[in-house]
Ligand binder design. Structure first.
Ligand code: G6P
Length: 612
């Protein structure tokens, strides 16, 4: 979702801005633009569609300079058009603004500025910000650039990450944030600002994240940060923890495929250094709670969105099964507004790959407001959620470029499975059972490597079914969240309607959908209830439906009753969800490819959703 980049230094800004926008393409957007300061004037260039279009247009754009800002827009206010793409210039072209977020009181501001004879050329909320900055400049031209922006922001309701440049203040970019990420990539004689570290990683590994309510004045050789209320800020420099190669395709046709294939390595990274010396339990250096404190936890609450929500749901099954602690899982967007009753000794976790999802962040704040300890599971070091939680666990999955989560999802369930083990060992799991659990987890990289070999058989199945328009995903217990994730992947990647249900729920409604045009994917790796699942498969077949089954034993009945069978290794139930999801990721990937979809950048989706 919307990306911001800005450059101030000695080099030509255009190329760096476009490169930064390309690096953020994975987040999802519908138009792009840049503005540069050339010989005392601001010039902008915008295009609808891919950054590639902007890059092509830029070859004929004859304005250059060492200071500029750029943006990829995901439309909220106003249609997808060049007119509405950012940067937005103030009336008179003194200021240019790029903005992520939503200005809620923009209509009032627009009415006020229209009265003052300001002209507007777009339908966006952002243009009001550009003109309001100009208005404050006109009122008090003697103020510094940062003071003018600060005064403006005091009148803004809503959320923002902004970068502002000006022809009046030609050696400075001002940036500010409220609920929308922004960072400064600190270079030598240059600084690059961005909403995502991917845009700066080629130029520097040193980043400073802005916190909510902070404003920074960035020049080529220095920067200063204060709060909007002019208080001093402790500047903390972070080192980026992922590899530049995470951003490259390395020979793969798509990031999604590359990231599916990386999973054995990613899972290993999630576990590295996280087993106790006796080999019977897990430990997390980032969780500051002692066993005594963990013992007092009566209930867990997980808040998350999208795939992370499904990972939490799988975690619930594992934690409740092994640690016998009740777990609630809430969509963060629901939790933030619904005033959920919480038991006293509830430990809250927020789970977010990006660490920036606004609903998850709001759920975090809500839980903290109510006095609960909130821990985080996130992939991005230094992200807003990582900084706002009391403590937490990093996934170390590397940068995930595919919009639809794959490797980050697998790493989240791996961590949640380890959490189930840790809590179980504190409660009633004996050392032998703990040892077996640890051995199962340690076997995951090798087992997932085996499952990757199913890529070709899955592609062949996809070739048979890719034109179908109706898919049901069915799984029992911890496989139910995996069914949900499989259906979500198909929707996201291939734009096919897919639903997921606990297998036995099929007969309570979804069975009405079954005809010879329905494909049912059974995740039948939950061996305790195989006979029941077999009955459900027969019910589908009796109504002409097609059955694809993911199984983990060589029972003859599978071949007899199912149209397609994919066999994966039988594993410890604590790691079963992790291994069972991989075939579904491949399935969505191949169906998406066969239907001609842009699997890395699915339509309408954003990698991290930073607006409500
Ligand atoms: C968006 C993405 C999903 C992701 C969800 C939560 O909707 O398209 O793939 O699962 O956000 O993201 P998070 O970064 O909080 O895990």
């Amino acid at each position: 979702m919307c990306g911001i980049v800005g450059y101030i230094g000695q080099k030509e800004a255009n190329g760096i801005l476009i490169d930064g926008l390309k690096r953020m393409e994975y987040r999802g957007y519908d138009s792009a633009g840049i503005a540069v300061l050339d010989k005392g004037s601001i010039f902008s260039l915008k295009r609808v569609g891919k950054v590639m279009e902007l890059a092509k247009a830029q070859t004929k754009f004859h304005h250059h300079g060492p200071i500029g800002i750029g943006h990829t827009r995901w439309a909220t206010h106003g249609n997808v058009s060049e007119r509405n793409a950012h940067p937005h210039l103030s009336d008179g072209n003194r200021f240019a603004v790029v903005h992520n977020g939503i200005i809620e009181n923009y209509l009032q501001i627009k009415a006020f500025l229209t009265e003052k004879n300001y002209r507007f050329t777009s339908d966006t909320d952002t243009e009001t910000l550009a003109n309001l900055i100009d208005y404050h400049y006109q009122k008090a031209p003697y103020l510094s650039f940062a003071e003018i922006v600060r005064k403006t922001l005091l009148h803004i309701e809503g959320t923002y990450g902004i970068a502002v440049m000006s022809k009046i203040f030609a050696d400075e970019i001002v940036v500010a944030r409220k609920s929308s990420p922004l960072l400064i990539g600190v270079g030598e004689g240059e600084n690059i600002i961005a909403s995502d570290a991917a845009a700066v990683a080629r130029y520097t590994r040193c980043v400073v994240y802005l916190n909510d309510g902070e404003i920074a004045s960035v020049r080529s050789d220095n920067f200063s940060i204060t709060t909007l209320h002019e208080n001093a800020v402790d500047v903390i420099r972070h080192e980026l923890d992922w590899e530049i190669r995470d951003m490259d395709l390395e020979g793969y046709p798509h990031y999604m495929l590359k990231e599916i294939v990386e999973q054995p390595f990613v899972i290993e990274n999630a576990m590295r250094g996280r087993f106790t010396a006796d080999g019977c339990s897990a430990k997390f250096g980032g969780i500051s709670l002692t066993p005594q404190e963990l013992r007092t936890v009566d209930r867990l609450l997980f808040c998350a969105c999208g795939s992370a929500y499904h990972a939490c749901l799988a975690g619930k099954y594992l934690i409740e099964k092994y640690a016998r602690i009740p777990v609630d899982v809430e969509y963060a967007s629901e939790f933030r507004y619904r005033n959920a009753p919480l038991q006293r000794n509830t430990l809250v976790f927020v789970v977010s790959q990006s660490g920036e999802t606004i609903d998850t962040l709001a759920a975090l704040h809500e839980a903290k407001r109510r006095g609960y300890t909130v821990l985080g599971i996130t992939n991005v070091v230094g992200s807003t959620i990582a900084r706002a939680t009391d403590a937490g666990i990093y996934q170390h999955a590397g940068l995930e470029m595919g919009v639809a989560s794959t490797k980050a999802f697998a790493s989240q369930i791996t961590i949640l499975s380890m959490l189930a083990l840790l809590l179980a060992r504190i409660h009633d799991m004996d050392a032998i059972a703990g040892l077996q659990y640890v051995q199962a987890l340690k076997s995951l990289p090798a087992i997932t490597n085996e499952i990757l070999k199913l890529s070709d058989p899955i592609r062949m199945i996809a070739e048979k079914y890719y034109e179908c328009e109706r898919f049901l995903f069915l799984g029992r217990q911890a496989m139910y969240p995996i069914a949900l994730e499989g259906a979500l992947k198909l929707k996201e990647i291939a734009y096919v309607h897919a639903e997921a249900f606990p297998t036995a729920e099929m007969k309570h409604g979804p069975i009405a959908l079954i005809s010879d045009e329905t494909v049912c994917l059974f995740i039948a790796t939950q061996n305790e209830l195989l006979d029941k699942t077999m009955n459900n498969i027969q019910e589908v077949k009796a109504r002409g439906g097609k059955v694809i089954a993911i199984v983990n034993n060589d029972c003859i009945a599978w071949e007899v009753f199912c149209d397609e069978v994919l066999t994966i290794p039988e594993v410890h139930p604590g790691i079963n969800p992790i291994v069972s999801v991989i075939p579904l990721q491949f399935f969505a990937y191949y169906i998406g490819i066969l239907r001609g979809c842009d699997v890395d950048r699915p339509r309408n989706l954003a990698k991290s959703v930073t607006v409500e």
